[in-house]
Design a protein around this ligand. Structure first.
Ligand SMILES: [Zn+2]
Length: 151
C-alpha cells in the first residue's frame, strides 16, 4: 500500500495527535544539549501518532530564526520515506522566548497539514511544550497526548 510521505495528523476527528514518550524525552535531551542555541527536528510516524524524530542541523548563523538547508532536509525526508513512515511535523526550540510562533516562524511555514511544535526553554528546568496547527492564516494551539507504546 502506498502511503503519502506528507501526513495529515489533524485530519481525523476521532484520533488525537500523539507523541511517543521516548521521542519527547529524546527531543528534550537534545534541545537541552543544544541550548543556548536553537534545536530543531523532523517528526515522523503514521496517521496521528508520532513515533520518531530526526534532528536537523542548524542552518546559517541566525540562532533566532528557524530554517534548514535543502540537502539535509531532503535527505531526512528520504529516510522517512524509506522507513515507510510519514512526515507528521516539525519541532524547534525557543531557547530564550516563550513557545509562541514568531513572525519568522509564520513566514517560513509551508506545510499546513503538519503539526508545528515549539519547545520553550526560557527556564530549562521547566520546558514548555506547545503544538500548533496552521489554520486560516495563523497558528492555532492544539492538544496532544503522550503515548507509552513500545515498538
Ligand atoms: Zn520559532
Amino acid at each position: 500500500m502506498y502511503i503519502d510521505l506528507l501526513g495529515e495528523p489533524f485530519a481525523s476527528k476521532d484520533t488525537r495527535l500523539s507523541i511517543a514518550r521516548k521521542v519527547q524525552k529524546q527531543l528534550l535531551a537534545e534541545a537541552q544539549a543544544s541550548w543556548p542555541h536553537e534545536y530543531s527536528a523532523l517528526l515522523y510516524g503514521r496517521g496521528a501518532s508520532i513515533c520518531g524524530h530526526l534532528a536537523m542541523p542548524a542552518s546559517g548563523h541566525d540562532r533566532h530564526s528557524f530554517s534548514w538547508d535543502g540537502p539535509p532536509f531532503l535527505q531526512a525526508l528520504k529516510q522517512i520515506r524509506h522507513s515507510r513512515m510519514q512526515w507528521l511535523g516539525v519541532l524547534h526550540s525557543h531557547p530564550h522566548t516563550p513557545p509562541t510562533p514568531s513572525s519568522h516562524d509564520a513566514a517560513g511555514w509551508h506545510y499546513p497539514s503538519l503539526s508545528y511544535w515549539i519547545l520553550g526553554m526560557q527556564t530549562p528546568a521547566t520546558p514548555l511544550w506547545r503544538v500548533y496547527q496552521w489554520v486560516d492564516g495563523g497558528f492555532a494551539v492544539r492538544s496532544y497526548t503522550v503515548s507509552d507504546d513500545s515498538e
